[in-house]
Write a new protein. Structure first.
Ligand code: G3I
Length: 359
């Protein structure tokens, strides 16, 4: 079928936001003659950042992984290397090498960096969780430890990290504050404290709240909006809302996501899609890949439809190193590139995403 007829057929065959991808991806930049050659080119065209989480072991050991990462993405997030268990495995003993490698590679390849994450209930160092559990670390000391952690880490990367996920996953699914070690021992004020300490350590970094299921879960959306407004009322320096974007084709696409983004943007916040992936129940089929492509394309189009949305980051770009199979039994294939780093239909769909008026 001639290109023009094919393009017309595609335009009529799919909803405007869900761009069908060519059935077989011929590799990066296989879009139209005038289309972007890769995701960095696409990012420039749409004036946003398109990024990926980085597996630092793969960054070090796999030349083909490095090639695709640095060719395709102008923005990176350390998948695990900047988490507290990684940077301070023993109290007072910091191990920055992995985080430094992500930042070094980024600066070498003109990539902006998102810091992930300062305060979370997961991947905390054992000495911290044990000390709180056995009572040797009381609330006052825990608050001091948290302040020192945030101050030390943010200062280390001052001027090198554009935005920090300051507090990650602060809410429960019902929209109440998560019953984490932080809320239990420090009270709700830990959130404002974390943002203030981070701002003091690097006044130029953008400071984000980051969470999952805020794409669609109404109580969590309302709870997060309430939290943001409360922080703003206290003059807490919060700059952005990160939507993780962990989707699955078996659950449907969160069709109101763009409007949810707008509600946070209306509060004056930047918006970022911070951890996008679209998993599927295995085995992979062409139909599942086509649905996955639609979801990726709709998410990028939703981001582009909201002027405040500045970043579209995938949580790993290759199925070779995706977190999904280890966490969702029987599911996987969530990324833009397969295990052999061949682009999937979702990659081509992103490249074919049209400019949105007003950007
Ligand atoms: O580093 C150890 C290694 O020494 C050990 O041999 C190995 C086997 O036990 O575990 C390794 O640690 C693993 C770590 O990833 C680094 O690979 C942990 O077991 C594993 O649980 C951890 O999973 C990470 C997960 O967060 C933890 O909750 C995933 O890689 C990471 O992709 C995922 O990312 C989170 C975001 O930070 C926040 N949003 C949700 C997202 C998915 O859960």
């Amino acid at each position: 079928m001639r290109p023009l007829i094919l393009a017309l057929a595609l335009a009529l065959a799919v909803p405007p936001l869900a761009l069908a991808a060519p059935a077989t991806a011929a590799g990066p930049g296989s879009g139209s003659a005038h289309g972007p050659r890769d995701l960095r080119d696409l990012a420039r065209k749409h004036r946003i950042s398109i990024g990926s989480a980085v597996d630092v072991a793969a960054l070090r050991a796999e030349p083909d992984y490095r090639t695709v990462l640095n060719r395709e993405f102008d923005h990176v997030t350390a998948e695990n290397a900047m988490k507290w268990e990684s940077v301070e495995p023993e109290r007072g003993v910091h191990t920055w090498d992995d985080a430094d490698e992500v930042v070094r590679n980024a600066r070498r390849h003109g990539q902006r960096v998102r810091g992930h994450t300062l305060v979370w209930h997961n991947q905390l160092p054992g000495w911290l969780t044990r000390g709180v559990a056995d009572g040797t670390i009381d609330a006052a000391e825990l608050r001091t430890i948290l302040r020192e952690h945030i101050t030390t880490q943010v200062r280390r990367y001052k001027g090198k990290i554009r935005a920090w996920d300051v507090v990650n996953e602060a809410l429960e699914e019902d929209g109440t504050l998560r019953q984490s070690i932080w809320l239990t021992h420090l009270g709700p004020g830990y959130i404002a404290d974390a943002f203030r300490w981070a701002h003091r350590a690097d006044p130029h970094a953008k400071l984000y709240l980051n969470d999952y299921n805020v794409e669609w879960n109404a109580p969590k959306i309302e709870g997060t909006l309430t939290l943001v407004k409360e922080l703003q009322a206290q003059k807490v320096p919060i700059d952005g809302m990160g939507f993780q974007g962990h989707l699955g084709i078996q659950y449907g696409y969160p069709g109101d996501w763009a409007n949810v983004m707008r509600r946070f943007a209306d509060l004056g916040l930047e918006i970022a899609i911070t951890e996008m992936d679209v998993r599927m129940v295995l085995p992979v089929t062409p139909e599942k890949l086509a649905t996955q492509a639609e979801y990726y394309g709709r998410a990028l189009s939703d981001c582009l439809s909201v002027k405040a949305c500045r970043e579209f980051t995938v949580w790993g770009f290759t199925d070779r190193h995706s977190w999904v199979p280890g966490w969702f039994d029987g599911e996987g294939a969530a990324c833009l590139f397969d295990e052999n780093l061949a682009p999937k239909p979702a990659y081509e769909t992103l490249l074919a995403t049209r400019r949105v008026s007003g950007r």
